[in-house]
Design a protein around this ligand. Sequence first.
Ligand code: 0A1
Ligand code: ZN
Length: 881
Amino acid sequence: MDRKADTPKPVTVYLKDYQPPAWHIEAVELDFDLDPDATRVRSRLHFRRAQETAPGTPLHLDGEALELLGISLDGEPLAADRYRLDEAGLEVRDLPETGLLEIETRIQPAANTELSGLYTSSGNFCTQCEAEGFRRITFYPDRPDVMACFTTTLRADKSACPVLLSNGNPVASGELEDGRHYVTWQDPFPKPCYLFALVAGDLGWIEDRFVTRSGREVDLYIYVQKHNLDKCDHAMASLKRAMKWDEAVYGREYDLDRYMIVAVDDFNMGAMENKGLNIFNSRYVLARPDTATDSDYQNIEGVIGHEYFHNWSGNRVTCRDWFQLSLKEGFTVFRDQEFSADMNSRGVQRITDVNILRTHQFREDAGPMAHPVKPDHYVAIDNFYTVTVYNKGAEVVRMLHTLLGPEAFRRGCDRYFERHDGQAVTTDDFVNALEAANGVSLRQFRCWYDQAGTPELTVERHYDPQACTFALTLRQQCPATPGQSAKQPFHIPVAMGLRDGEGRALPLRLYGEAQAVGESRVLELCQEEETFVFQDIAAEPVPVLLRGFSAPVKLNLDYRDAELALLSAHEDDPFCRWEAGQTLARRLLLTHPPEALTGELIQPLVEACRHTLDDAALDPALRALALTLPGEGYLAEFVDTIEPQQLHGAREALRRALAQALRPEWEACYQALTETGPYSPDAAAAGRRRLRNLCLNYLIACEDEAAYELALGQYRSATNMTDSLAALQALVNSDCPQREAVLEDFYSRWQADTLVVDKWLSLQATAARPDTLDRVQALTGHPAFSLANPNKVYSLLRAFAQGNPVGFHNESGAGYRFIGEQIRTLDARNPQVAARLAAAFTDWRRYNPARQAGMREQLQTMRDAPGVSRDLYEIAERSLG
Ligand code: 0A1
Ligand code: ZN
């Protein structure tokens, strides 16, 4: 079908077309007269023609949804024939080599529903400029390779906006007429405009101080709506830990006199690293034991770290263009993952990160939206803040760390920061710096940036009892992805070891080596196929591959069940140990009908679980992970046609069978982990709660009075949100007669706390019940829901569409029609959020023909809607591909 004639076909931007900027902006002075309905923005741009630019080349300034009030050059109004205004912005002709351009525009923050540019949230002004929001504030070369020093003056009504913030340091302030006041901020570091921010409003704050290792004193502030002032301490403590960690691990210090974080309720993404003035979705700042769960506490620490680490990996050294997004995001995710690993449990962190990657990124890599870590074209860059750019990008950096080793990696990072401080660079510059600092070649490794798709690593093994050798043949193959049919072999680090029949680690001596080199080593697979022969192996060993999940690949190795059982009991690497148990469970789930999952068949798994439950030496969080069955989303990666009901049914049947077979053990473990002291979010305490709540989750699967009573009792007596929500979730997914009453009780108790209400919405949206669709539909009319607030959309609609496969993929197609309609309504208001929700339809080819038809129909309707946004158009068009 053709697009409607009235909507211009969105343009595709290609990496190969990159041209350096023709004009530089050396400094910019911004002056905001803040008013929710009509804000005036005056900008003074000190421009200079680039050396390579021919005189006469016009200066292009991006601009979107702006009202131009005036424009002058070097103090004189600019004649109308010297500039041209169109949809994309402003083109200014016949400029001198250097000069001052003054531009005045008017914008309407309160009417900005896209939450990109300057908007209001709960009556306060805030901005979001990445990736291309600054052009919705004023005319400017809105591209990351134009770096300038910003001076910003904010004027606003003093009673409505006592707090006026922007990047850098405050340099002047004072009173104005009519109850207004002003503050001027100066940021000494040149930056691209996507890192610009302002905040103005009636906010409260907490403050603290950090002294850097060279003795610089930094004032730390967290600004929130005043009723949230008692929920900022964890964020502040996390910030200080992050600052210390970056000094210790990367030698990076903070560089301004103040670091400010502002929490807002209306935000499209998680948070934003604006220089010296981070703006956060309030869900990644606010925490109090009774309102936030252990995983909220964890996520806050991780996101606070992430944004802080961007000060070097992103701000001091930034991206040349948006195709390089993973330069800052992949690296910074790697940094935040390592920070979290150091602050908590490394094994738990790694398993959690691998789970996210394999459930979401592998799926993206196998579908029509597959793209390389460094994409080569886009329509709407906002669609490329993906699990591939972020999480696979982090895996790519992790592999570099593995291949080089920690010291060489650090040397390379030092070289990178030193060489490129104050510059806008490419992923290639990053790899070049690692090479240069260590005298190595990473030529082949660069494939990881350019080739999409998840490589498959197939392993064949051969034991020769006469020669006492063990040969591992590794073969790699990467499936075709859109636009890339043939792939070059990747450079794959395979961390591995061998164990004997009792589970003991064996010394590793490769053919040709004089002696063994440890019990764990990294093989480097560079060809399509390579064989590695180990010597002195007295009996057939059990190979352990991809320790720590050393490469983002799918592993095919024909383990015998007994070998998996051995690894799940004896392997030291937490990931491989956990993986062995998951593989055992996955085999059961994928090869037998639900009704067969009882008795003899599951006995080995029951025994393995019993062993794990009893293993008091093992960290409770790792025990909880090992006892959790593989998720439906991950299982879906192993079938040709996804039948959501079938996967769900199998998983539920196995959960019930394990619940019954080990009932006394779950109960004993639950009781043994009962705690009475005050709440602490530390990893050990959180791990105990996790295991205890998993026990509850199994017990409730027994669906009897005693289990209901246990959950109800926990709900009533809980003193923290982790336990309260776990009990509520158990009840909501059970047939307990009181389930509705408890849900109501929860709402009436927490209706004033918007982040807790989000949990209440998600819980209902993901409930495995036949009436969930009706309920979600009804909830869109509930006062607790609003399409205007991204968190509400994510908690209710995305939770249903992406977190409740059985409900969304209902055979009737009603789930598709409902979500499709919501997306189209949302698109007119907030295209970024609409496009994110549309991802639920991308994988339509993975379902049976009836479902395919229902999903495709929605994608076509979205794509062909009159006035469809670029964002949504791109997702629908690529998905239909
Ligand atoms: N750079 C931020 C993520 C971010 C990206 C885009 C946004 O608006 C479209 C907002 C935030 C980060 O990685 O944390
Ligand atoms: Zn980031």
